[in-house]
Write a protein that binds this ligand. Structure first.
Ligand code: F6R
Length: 243
């Protein structure tokens, strides 16, 4: 794993956006894996500016999002579907039919998961996957557990994640308890992965991810097995690293 420590959130976001831009310039029909949450918002803003300056063209790009809350429809302001359109897709020239986000209100969630996984496979897996990381070391909604799911599945959110994500909701009781999430295998089959982290609250998870020890209790540690991972973090998230 290569580690890039940037001065601040903006620099972290710019480096990530440059990587995405170069990937699309190299392969116009890139299959892009995307994350939601606070961390990638800066990267999305830079990508929108790059698009406006005509440095990048999303017309052939295909995207797969990591996850979606179970029970929230696409027009719910807290859904990841809504997030992706309002923060990114509405401002670039991506084709609607090229966007894939799990349907959290599907009547048959198991089928939704297997169809999603099949679709990723059909596209030949993800070229570049963007990840954030939970304070507990989760990637996607692959939460610390004895056993990790390899494929897209319905995940139960951990207490830690519910607490961390309550900032987006009116009350903690409104945070969904379940989400559809890509599995560890769906993520690990990506050809390249970039993981972004910003802020002191991520420092412990980053230290553990880079510890060269693998445990299902910190799902991001599995990334050590992947041949092409860049960890792009700001100084605060790097606080516990011996650099
Ligand atoms: C989001 C996702 C999560 C987040 C993680 C960090 O699609 O899969 O794993 O990346 O919870 O969230 P933020 O960036 O809000 O700290």
């Amino acid at each position: 794993m290569r580690v890039f420590i940037e001065n601040d959130y903006e620099k972290m976001s710019l480096r990530a956006a440059e990587i995405v831009k170069q990937q699309i310039q190299k392969k116009h029909n890139t299959i892009l894996g995307l994350a939601t949450g606070s961390t990638p918002i800066g990267m999305y803003n830079y990508l929108i500016s790059m698009y406006q300056r005509q440095e990048v063209d999303f017309s052939d790009v295909v995207t797969f999002n990591l996850d979606e809350y179970v029970g929230l429809s696409r027009d719910n302001k807290n859904s990841y579907n809504y997030f992706m359109y309002s923060k990114f897709f509405n401002y670039i020239n991506i084709k609607k039919e090229n966007i894939h986000i799990p349907n959290g209100v599907s009547k048959d969630l198991e089928k939704e998961c297997s169809d999603y996984e099949y679709n990723i496979e059909k596209f030949g897996y993800i070229d570049l996957q963007v990840l954030g990381i939970g304070e507990n070391g989760h990637i996607g909604f692959n939460e610390p557990a004895e056993l990790l799911e390899t494929r897209t599945h319905v995940a139960k959110l951990s207490e830690d994640t519910i607490k961390a994500n309550k900032r987006f909701f009116e009350s903690i009781d409104d945070v969904p308890l379940y989400a559809i999430s890509m599995g560890i295998g769906s993520i690990m089959k990506s050809k390249r992965i970039i993981l972004l982290a910003s802020g002191e609250n991520k420092a412990k998870a980053i230290k553990e991810t880079l510890s060269n020890k693998l445990t299902t209790k910190i799902p991001a540690t599995v990334l050590a097995l992947h041949p092409n991972v860049d960890i792009i973090i700001d100084k605060d998230a790097a606080k516990l690293l011996n650099t």
